[in-house]
Design a protein around this ligand. Sequence first.
Ligand SMILES: *Cc1c(COP(=O)(O)O)cnc(C)c1O
Length: 460
Amino acid sequence: MPLHEHLSFRDGELFLDEVSAGQIAREFGTPVFVVSETQLRRETRRWRQALEDAWPDGPAALLPAFKANTCLALRHVLNGEGVGCDTFGEHELRAALSTGVDPARVSLNGTNKSEAAIRLAIEHGVRITLDSPREVETVLALTSSGSRPALVRLRLRPGGETLEAPSDFSDRGESIAGLAAAYRPGFALSDAERAARSIVDSGSARLVGTHVHLGRHTTSLSTWSGVVSDHVRQIARISAVCGGWRPEEIDLGGGYAERGSPVGQAIAGRGAAPEPPSPERYTQVIAQALRAGMRHHGFDSKGVALQLEPGRAVYGPAGVHLTRVVSVRRSPERPDRRWVELDTTEQFLADVVLEHARYPFVLAGRGSAAPGVPADLTGSSCGFDIIAAGVTVPEDVAPGDLVALLNTGAYVETQTTNFNAFPRPATVLVSGDLVEVIRRAETPAEVFARDRIPARLMGR
Ligand SMILES: *Cc1c(COP(=O)(O)O)cnc(C)c1O
């Protein structure tokens, strides 16, 4: 994989923007999460521009998913880029609003929204992407005609024939349709029709549009266009039962792959992934399918807003996880393969298990390739802790070598745990030659800060 723009080798040393990985590791310790502000801005601008170019029909808006990386400083960066935000539930919504994001560009998503979350969204004029009949009842109970109407959209379940393709998430060859069927969010069409009618009749909530989120199952563009076509078919049915209602906005969720995408790459037998589509290709294909579907069903696409919620595609490429080699050992049972033990752990890289992720990596202090030998990169927990199996490392890889795991800007830091009492690592932000802590490391004491010991157990 070609390195992302913020990464370069200079005299055999990896640089992130203008700072060497070695300097960051020395100053802030390892393991450490690093995010390049310039790369985050670059990805955001590219997606935003691609979406605007692909959808001249009406307003186009990017709502990067906050859950992918909740560092508030990064949200401030994105606010500066003028993009919106997809949030999940009350706590993400509250955190995102605290950064000053424009509430009119925020969507409250979530599979089981609390009344408090819905109340907060109504108060701030945040769009509520409704997920179930119960949430419709909650919204209607919290609003009354005369007050500012709640702005709501209906999340519909993804469908269509193209979902028969296999999912990148599955190590058992399951189809996207099979996994999507087991994933609960979104209205079934018949429920959506009923919900739409009650909202349109209510006078206290305004049904502004629809939403669908497929997720990062595939990089196949034909699957994506199939999902979009099916979504418009469902919109047409809703329109028919609601006296010709038309969506003002359509949100096609997230799930877009980025260059070097780690998802599914650790699955045995899966060949090297083809380059995923560029933001320009994704947005063109989606916009074309949307426009064609709307025409087919008699809707005018003019003036309709198109929104996308990429999370990993925006945040992922900007992140690097720096970790040092602690030891190199061999097992008598597998003399041909080394274990390269790192000072990080799968507990800080959960998707190596959950999504069979294999992060692309480089040895930060070795620009030139020494002869390679087979190895497993492993972590420091008591588990198998296999971070990358069957990879190639330089023959003389040794304790102290710095390993940079790439594409770790999304869903990595946010899923870290304290298993084995590991304090969670810091996140630092690199911007040109500046390096600043944006989420400090946890202290070992903080791992137990919530513990309370009943006095009766302390007596003797
Ligand atoms: C998780 C999620 C996203 C972001 O998905 P990515 O795979 O990171 O692009 C967007 N929208 C919704 C509703 C989500 O649940």
